[in-house]
Design a protein around this ligand. Sequence first.
Ligand code: NAD
Length: 492
Amino acid sequence: MRTVPHFINGVRVEESGDLNVFNPATGEVTARVPIPSPAFINNVVDVATKAADEWGQSTLSRRTNILFSLRQLLVEHTDELAALITSEHGKTLADAKGEIARGLENVEYACGLIEHLKGGFSDQVADGVDVHSTREPVGVVVAVTPFNFPIMVPLWMSANAIASGNVVILKPSERDPSVSIRLAELFEEAGLPHGVFNVLQGNATTVQALVEHPGVDAVSFVGSTPVARAVHESASRHHKRVQALGGAKNHMVVLPDADLDVAADAAINAGYGSAGERCMAISVVVTVGDVADPLIKKITERLDRLKVGPGDDPASDFGPLITKEHLDRVVSYVTSAPDDDITVVRDGTTLESREGFFVGPSLLDGVRPGTKAYDDEIFGPVLGVARVATFNDAIELVNRNPYGNGVAIFTRDGNAARLFSRHVHVGMIGVNVPIPVPISAYSFGGWKDSIFGDAHIYGPEGFAFYTRAKVVTTRWPQPPESQIDLGFPTTR
Ligand code: NAD
């Protein structure tokens, strides 16, 4: 049985495997992944700390060149990386390539690091006194990532962290860890010095050890809300800089004036794409006024045409779920829905049984607060429809939800869209766009229980998170000059 290695100080490090990695399309165990010992973790942090001293002093032009090379390598290796992602995650190859493209954007943004790391200068703030500011790396950054985007989320973090002069220890998801090793090798091939990007495999215990380790300076976490909350609390207790992005329950509000064909297409794409295993997936369609019945009709027409199958079959619209346990959990939301007076319009759990962790698309009508199918993040191909009477009811529903990652509105009314955008308590909003993941020049982040910590991820907030401000106040005395003055210095 193959074991997935760590990647430490520029080389693959093999250990015996402890946890199973599956091919979700067959249900077979394809590899084993190790859980490192505390001594091994200490050694990795030592390696990173040594590398941080040198990398933090590297020139900006050198970093830029390496990131440009990485960009090119990621483009050249897209097919190979996508196949690796599909084999462990299960998503379609097209979806895996989409993920790589969105990760690549972050590398491209980081290539502009000379601009992003520019400081300020104020001339003659007092007589003969100038002030300038710089941003310096924080040091050793731990990046903890979820299973659903095994290369994009590591790139969200590592591109900007490394561009800012930090060293990264990536702890990828134990469910689909292999692509992170290829990413590490491509970083090396691009010219990154040994030890600047390390991959440490493991599980929750590994994360906890890293978060508490005195040699770690900052923690970037993306995953589920309970873990994000716990990681944020623990890292804060250990005086780390921390950003922890959590789960979601994304609403798509459809107003009576919307183009219902456009809205139905969007609901299908964003609700069932990647089997619903996206943090920006639409999970609740909020129908306003009398929109529900005609929209449900259009959604079901489209849903009945979806093909569920292995991710490497070009005919598949979406692939299997990540594990058998997750499959059982997703199925339970559909089978228990009638207990909450929810109508199961389409039941995907009846999909012809076969090897692998497949489930078909389900559509639930009548989800509302207080029902399990509404309250929980299902993270599967289960789309709920909520019915509300008015535009204000829709805003209230969105705002009452504890999550605040993404939301979308479908309408032809610009003013309604504007009011909606201004009044919803959500970090990322789409107007006739169902998955509004911001481009890399804007930062990504939700509100409320979808994030713990102040900084959103990547883009300008990413550079701010991975750097510390330094301000230098300079005065060159002009001799002959001597002055004794014990008063507090002012510019007046
Ligand atoms: P998860 O929380 O189970 O795991 C995420 C990472 O945390 C993994 O590397 C895992 O090893 C580690 N981990 C798990 N339990 C831990 C614990 N108790 N203590 C410390 N570390 C622990 O999440 P997942 O199932 O891999 O990913 C799916 C979740 O991630 C969904 O909730 C999804 O919404 C969320 N997500 C959020 C975003 C976002 O940007 N907000 C993006 C992608 C995924």
